[in-house]
Ligand binder design. Structure first.
Ligand code: GSH
Length: 319
């Protein structure tokens, strides 16, 4: 775990001293957009041009794998999967774990080397996902929220897949859902888990469970978050919820309730898990190994608790 400072790796954990024990997520550095013709930033949607660097453990990277699958982009965008253990070298391309592929594009040893290939004097955290452009040899984007918006539509002309998870008429509703879900759920579990004071933990964990109660209410009356259409808002929530009982409940101390205790949220999770192509993007060995093994300030002995993984392939009964 560390970060790059002027192109040099420094092994340091998150600083919570200057923020009263609170985890504050840093903003991302590469924010370009792929569009159908490349008119916006020079990145045109072309088959075989782009490569995704992901971790199966990471909920943000998971979003991009889901959109790649939903949009039928598997033959157009290649992928490398990092090793689940993120230790003093950060994410690595060790391939001695089932499903970890190594860097299949450039053969580099560490994820930081991908950032250095884009900018040799870069400063900042080395995060996944990364969307890499093979043509110009740089990072297009390392912001999952923007990568999935690109994947949602930019390649439609190439694939003929026009499924739209961000329909214009629902955009304000999707953005409003995303904003609360990001702050209180997606990032809320991290704020609870990485807090180093009781006050910072309390400030995250109460809103988190209030938000889960709110979402359970929505899903008791609607099939999906915005009503009867499955949208980006559902998928952005899904990658946190599917990890919840296996890791966040125990490791991040989000233990007022489990997802299996919320009948509608749990059934909705099973329905989304069973959407064709999605189950293949969920890898519990990587998820469980990553969290319990990588955060030595939280779990210094790296003991991976037994825990059950809920039966996400059980009938969901929704619809
Ligand atoms: N804003 C980024 C956040 C990505 C992120 O924080 N990824 C985590 C893994 S779940 C990471 O790579 N952390 C490494 C670090 O912070 O050093 C996104 O959504 O794409």
């Amino acid at each position: 775990m560390g970060q790059l400072v002027d192109g040099k790796w420094q092994d340091v954990w998150y600083d919570t001293k200057s923020t009263g024990g609170a985890f504050v997520r840093t903003t991302t550095a590469f924010r370009n957009w792929i569009t159908a013709d490349g008119a916006k930033d020079g990145y045109a949607a072309e088959s075989g041009r782009y490569h995704l660097y992901v971790s199966y453990a990471c909920p943000w990277a998971h979003r991009t794998l889901i959109f790649r699958a939903l949009k039928g982009l598997q033959d157009h965008i290649t992928v490398s999967v990092v090793h689940p253990h993120m230790l003093s070298d950060g994410w690595t391309f060790g391939d001695d774990f089932p499903g970890a592929t190594g860097d299949t594009l450039m053969g580099l040893p560490f994820m930081r080397d991908v950032y250095l290939a884009a900018d040799p004097s870069i400063s900042g955290r080395v995060t996944v996902p990364v969307l890499w452009d093979k043509k110009t040899g740089t990072i297009v984007s390392n912001e999952s929220a923007e990568i999935i918006r690109m994947l949602n539509s930019a390649f439609d002309g190439l694939t003929g897949n026009a499924d739209d998870y961000v329909p214009t008429d629902l955009l304000p509703q999707i953005d409003a859902l995303n904003a609360r879900i990001y702050d209180e759920v997606n990032n809320g579990v991290y704020k609870a888990g990485f807090a180093t004071t009781q006050a910072a933990y309390d400030k995250a964990v109460y809103p988190l469970f209030d938000a889960l109660d709110w979402l359970e209410g929505i899903l008791s009356e609607n099939r999906y978050l915005t009503g009867d259409r499955l949208t980006e808002a559902d998928w952005r929530l899904f990658t946190t919820i599917i990890r919840f009982d296996a890791v966040y409940h125990t490791h991040f101390k989000c233990n007022r309730a489990r997802i299996v205790d919320y009948p509608n949220l749990y059934a909705w999770t099973r329905e989304l898990y069973q959407v064709p192509g999605v189950a293949e993007t969920v890898n519990f060995d990587h998820i469980v190994q990553h969290y319990y093994y990588s955060h030595d300030t939280i779990n210094p002995h790296r003991i991976v608790p037994l825990g059950p993984v809920p039966a996400f392939d059980a009938p969901h009964g929704r619809g």
